[in-house]
Write a protein that binds this ligand. Structure first.
Ligand SMILES: C[C@H](O)[C@H](O)[C@@H](O)C(=O)CO
Ligand SMILES: [Mn+2]
Length: 420
């Protein structure tokens, strides 16, 4: 390993030329929570005592050995991954990761089914986020909250209500707000003749869920849209326009938009949407993913779009108002490597964005000096933030360079390979 302190001093000198306070950037980056999604650890399978695969138009492809088979293994793997991810973290749990000795259906889950998650989070001093699971269930085959079958719709409304109660339980146990993401895969292979009926029912279902739980405390609710899913290529009830309309009309602080980086047409980017949403909303839930040609949920990369999202949040001064969560599931590689890589890249993009002279660049733009604006933007693409990143990781004891990889590979040999 090279001399990290020396590297850090050089980087500080570089950034000082532009009036950038590197220590401050690290401090802000470190304090901004990222919510680690539990479902990378077992390919979205969950722990319900039932048979059946992943549905809802999403897919975890690959068959890499060693996935978590029970909640204890999953939490141990998450702990291992968190060791190598610097900064404040939360853990994002899906409703199908409930625990019980016997089968408990989705409309019957209670906080008790998540008490082990809460005990663990309290012990670790972390917050928990939550998600209703409106898929991988016989009653989700046609539709859930937008179903024309009133019994089915009621079943899922009850699931949504219970999820908000569990969110409040997480808040009360951890003392940290619980961010719930509401996503339903409801859609159609062909464009239906009636395109408004499912939306009116979906709206009514969300209204009923929020009305029945209006006294719930400490919960923030993201409404997530999607352009299409496998088997629902032509129509989704929860389209972007629907979800944006719902959030804006609800006009409630706790109901916000979820922007998932894989949920738009391939040429649309979330970085270009943030300012418009923030014109009308005070906060946003971000699902950081990496779509390759479709919502493939590849591991987050330190790529142009992830960097652009973080740059935009910093430039809008909205980093603190944005709930940042990861959402990907790669079953073709070591799942802990997937988590560590994706979350480190998310954090690294945040740090790189914080190491830019935003005030100066805004001033230059306001003066109309568009040539200088371009020169500044380009200059910071190759600025020495990696030296700051390495120093930060070392300071946080989160593994510098690829040190962490060796340790995860050892864990694979000692623990994951024994899982048959
Ligand atoms: C498993 C999650 O609920 C899911 O990834 C959701 O957030 C989503 O993005 C579906 O495409
Ligand atoms: Mn998502």
């Amino acid at each position: 390993m090279y001399d990290l302190n020396k590297g850090y001093e050089v980087a500080k000198e570089f950034y000082a030329q532009y009036g950038i306070d590197v220590d401050k950037a690290i401090e802000i980056c470190d304090a901004t929570p990222i919510s680690l999604h539990c479902w990378q650890g077992d390919d979205v399978a969950g722990f319900e005592k039932k048979e059946g695969g992943l549905t809802g138009g999403i897919q975890a492809t690959g068959n890499y050995p060693g996935k978590a088979r029970n909640p204890q293994e999953l939490r141990a793997d998450i702990e291992k991954a968190m060791q190598y991810i610097p900064g404040v973290k939360k853990v994002n749990v899906h409703a199908n990761y409930m625990e019980a000795d016997t089968f408990v259906d989705r409309n019957e889950i209670t906080p008790e089914n998540f008490s082990n998650w809460a005990d663990w989070a309290v012990e670790k001093g972390i917050g928990l986020d939550f998600n209703p699971t409106y898929f991988s269930h016989p009653k989700s085959e046609v539709a859930t909250l937008s179903s024309a079958d009133e019994d089915i719709r009621k079943f899922w409304i009850e699931h949504g209500i219970r999820c908000r109660q569990i969110g409040e339980y997480f808040y009360k146990r951890t003392g940290k707000p619980c961010v719930i993401n509401h996503w339903t895969p409801d859609g159609d292979k062909e464009v239906p003749v009636d395109t408004i009926g499912p939306r009116l029912r979906l709206k009514d279902s969300y209204d009923q869920i929020f009305e029945a739980t209006k006294d719930v405390q400490g919960v923030v609710d993201g409404i997530e849209s999607k352009v299409f899913g496998i088997g629902a290529e032509s129509f989704t009830a929860g389209s972007h326009e629907f979800c944006m309309g719902y959030v804006m009309k609800a006009n409630k602080d706790h109901i916000i938009m979820t922007l998932d980086t894989g949920h738009y047409h391939p040429t649309e980017v979330v970085s270009a949407k943030l300012a418009s949403v923030y014109t009308f909303s005070d906060s946003v839930l971000l699902h950081v993913s990496r779509p390759i040609r479709w919502d493939s949920d590849h591991v987050v990369s330190f790529d142009d779009e992830t960097r652009a999202i973080m740059e935009e949040l910093v430039r809008l001064d909205k980093l603190q108002d944005t709930y940042i969560a990861t959402d990907f599931f790669d079953a073709s590689i070591n799942r802990i490597v997937a988590w560590v890589t994706g979350l480190r890249n998310t954090r690294k993009a945040m740090l790189a964005a914080l190491l830019q002279p935003v005030a100066q660049m805004k001033e230059i733009e306001a003066k109309g000096d568009l040539s200088a604006r371009l020169a500044y933007k380009e200059e910071f693409k190759a600025a020495p933030f990696a030296l700051v990143w390495d120093y930060y990781c070392a300071k946080e004891n989160a593994g510098t360079g690829l040190e962490w990889l060796k340790e995860v590979q050892e864990y694979e040999k000692e623990v994951l390979q024994n899982r048959k």
